[in-house]
Design a protein around this ligand. Structure first.
Ligand code: FAD
Length: 283
């Protein structure tokens, strides 16, 4: 399985820019394209996600997955979103807790869903939710708020047992970390497919942002690359793409369940990568 992630435009950017990117990405024929939904974004953000998913599904006839972060939503809002998705023939959701806004008190909860597993359980408990296929997120380097790696795995298993049929991983740059995570999930009795989340690093600014946000382990060869090319955008871009291709080639050789490419809405990046790795997958 080889899939893409896209995100709706920022508030100031026109949606047509994303439409164009989605059109070009769909020509690369991934197995599905997932569309993010900013947890703090309100009704307009939800509408943008539904609209882009609908374009993918109904105009380009491709499978799509709508991200659904429950942290600020009520049960009624989730019911209404599921109804809207169904009306557009979109039956796949990625159930998430959602990111807290900076400074939010972890003990104050605005919505009805404290954890993603609560949302998965709720969707599966609804007559109108049972036929949705539910994916969820997982963290090879442990989620930042987890009490321990063991606790994170226990809660991941709860999320799967609640009705999740596919896991998509947080980005990582060290494949060994991912392979150890696959072993740990298997030992914990988690049997659903786990797609590896790959984000190509394409410039020094994005790289600093990602490191600050996710704090992933950066292997020595990637550290060298970042140091060598940080002042040259085009060289950084080429080296970042080459690194992502190497990562994916190794993951394919190890027969992982799938790759989920964080495209950053860039058809150029996605094409450079699929051109290199699709032949290895017989596509
Ligand atoms: P959960 O599975 O609820 O886990 C959150 C934390 O709570 C973990 O530390 C877990 O160990 C802990 N936990 C879980 N259950 C329990 C329990 N019963 N008791 C105690 N602790 C528990 N965010 C968005 O806002 N929009 C998006 O579109 C989006 N897309 C994403 C896509 C992917 C593939 C990934 C990996 C992340 C995405 N995120 C998105 C970010 C995500 O919302 C954040 O990482 C968020 O902080 C956690 O979400 P989750 O669904 O993994 O939470």
């Amino acid at each position: 399985m080889f899939s893409f992630e896209v995100y709706p435009p920022k508030k100031t950017a026109p949606i047509e820019v994303v439409y164009k990117a989605v059109e070009e990405l769909s020509q690369l024929k991934p197995d599905y394209i997932s569309v993010t939904y900013g947890a703090g974004g309100g009704a307009a953000t939800a509408s943008a996600t539904v609209e882009i998913c609908s374009l993918i599904k109904n105009t380009y006839n491709m499978d799509t997955v709508a991200h659904l972060p429950g942290i600020n939503l009520s049960r009624e809002q989730v019911d209404s979103l599921l109804a809207r998705l169904r009306a557009h023939n979109i039956m796949d959701v990625l159930a998430l807790r959602g990111d807290r806004r900076p400074g939010d008190d972890v003990n104050i909860q605005e919505g009805d869903f404290r954890y993603a597993s609560d949302l998965v359980r709720y969707i599966k408990s609804r007559d109108a939710g049972q036929d949705f296929a539910i994916s969820a997120a997982c963290y090879p380097e442990v989620h930042g708020e987890a009490a321990s790696p063991e606790a994170d795995l226990i809660h991941l298993k709860e999320k799967v047992d609640a009705g999740t049929s596919l896991l998509i991983s947080q980005l990582f740059f060290d494949n060994d970390v991912f392979y150890r995570f696959l072993e740990a999930t298997a030992d914990a009795g988690i049997q659903v497919p786990i797609q590896a989340g790959i984000m190509p690093l394409t410039n020094a600014r994005q790289c600093s942002h990602i490191i600050k946000l996710c704090n992933p382990h950066i292997p020595t060869d990637l550290q060298k690359l970042i140091g060598r090319y940080q002042d040259c955008d085009e060289s950084f871009y080429k080296a970042g793409i080459a690194y992502a291709i190497d990562q994916i080639e190794d993951l394919i050789a190890q027969d992982v369940s799938g790759i989920h490419l964080y495209t950053m809405n860039s058809p150029r990046t996605a094409k450079a990568i699929t051109d290199a790795v699709y032949p290895l997958m017989g596509r």
